[in-house]
Write a protein that binds this ligand. Sequence first.
Ligand SMILES: Cc1cc2nc3c(=O)[nH]c(=O)nc-3n(C[C@H](O)[C@H](O)[C@H](O)COP(=O)(O)OP(=O)(O)OC[C@H]3O[C@@H](n4cnc5c(N)ncnc54)[C@H](O)[C@@H]3O)c2cc1C
Length: 405
Amino acid sequence: MKKICIAGGGPAGIMAAVFAAKNPQNQIFIFDKGIILNTLLPTGGGRCNLAYDEYNFKELAKFYPRGEKFLYSVFSRFSTKDTLEFFKNIGIKTYVQADSRIFPVSDSAKDVKQALLKQIDKKNIKKVFEKIETITKNGDIFLVKTDKNTYKFDAVIIACGGRGNGQKLAKGLGHTITELKPSLCAMVTKEKDFTAVSGISLKNVRAEVFFENKKIKIPANMLTGDILFTHKGVSGPLVYRISAYCAYLDFNKQKPLKIIFNLTGMDFKDFDDLFLQSLKSEPQKEAVNVLARFLPKNLANAIFCKENINAFQKAGQFTKNDRQKISKSVTALSLNIISVEKGEEIVTAGGVDLKEINPKTMESKLVENLYFCGEVLDIDGLTGGFNLQNCWSTGFIAGNSLSTI
Ligand SMILES: Cc1cc2nc3c(=O)[nH]c(=O)nc-3n(C[C@H](O)[C@H](O)[C@H](O)COP(=O)(O)OP(=O)(O)OC[C@H]3O[C@@H](n4cnc5c(N)ncnc54)[C@H](O)[C@@H]3O)c2cc1C
């Protein structure tokens, strides 16, 4: 009989528990300082975007700014197809949305949580609602000290997520922790011209990103998407992606990150020609109302404000210089990013150093019978179901390793 401690009852820990329990000889205890699987509830806006419609493991791994190579091995063992099969087997049917994100048919994260909890209860896995403070190893035995008791285990799986103290527990056992940074975040701009348009979103915006006069290398297909203006700056899927690729850049008020947004996706010349035609066709209209054909009215107003151009002059009297300034602003709106919105990140970049983990088993290369899975690792994905996919895959491998020993 093997006594196994699972530190953290999030998606990764629960997945590990379900598969470790395949071996009836295993006695499994899940420790959680809060409520098991509560972190699943806000995912996908309550709908739980649990995977992404990509079945080639190398292609799938490309969606992870950190962990790509390590995930080749992981995804070759458990990937999208396995995830969907697993969920189907536990009663969660899924569907693929037009943007390739995969959700449960019920569109309910609550249903996913309930189905997973059912598995835990069916397999007689014990739940312990205590916070783990330290883990040490004495000979072959792990001593797990919580805020209430000390327990002995033969094996431990650390699955405390990005914001728990799993990295500290791992460090105590001799592991290296790479620097932790917020990722998938809204961003704060120096410019305040756009606070009045907070809540306005735009589709298919293109972006280019610069830091200290150098263009940041981001895969081209990641640089088109939707943005949302907020009261502090910008957010939305495109901004989240940029935040992930720039997570380790040291930008601030003095050294801002520069994002140039093309709000219409059209090149300057094409847009300027179109804008000119529109101004000519309605010479009596106020210029801002002509621009409002292409952009939401409030945003059109904000652009006139930013350029310090009278929005209410007649289209017929609009000068070439002013028109080109507006066209430039629409096709190359330059915003200075001074920080990310702190505490609002979706994932943590950085974590337990992957060099010290065997991707075939998720076992530590430093400490025998110690395993890791989920966001506690130095793996983070973009938005689209990739972070949960990391949990299902690494959780499966860790649990499965302990069920086959
Ligand atoms: C708002 C929001 C929406 C998201 N939407 C999506 C989405 O749609 N798709 C997607 O793929 N990803 C999404 N993510 C990311 C995804 O939720 C996480 O990557 C995932 O939950 C990580 O799982 P985990 O099991 O590794 O850690 P967690 O989910 O963080 O779970 C860790 C668990 O460990 C417990 N714990 C921590 N420390 C201790 C300790 N010392 N002792 C005992 N217990 C401890 C915690 O209480 C927690 O229950 C979203 C994240 C957020 C914040």
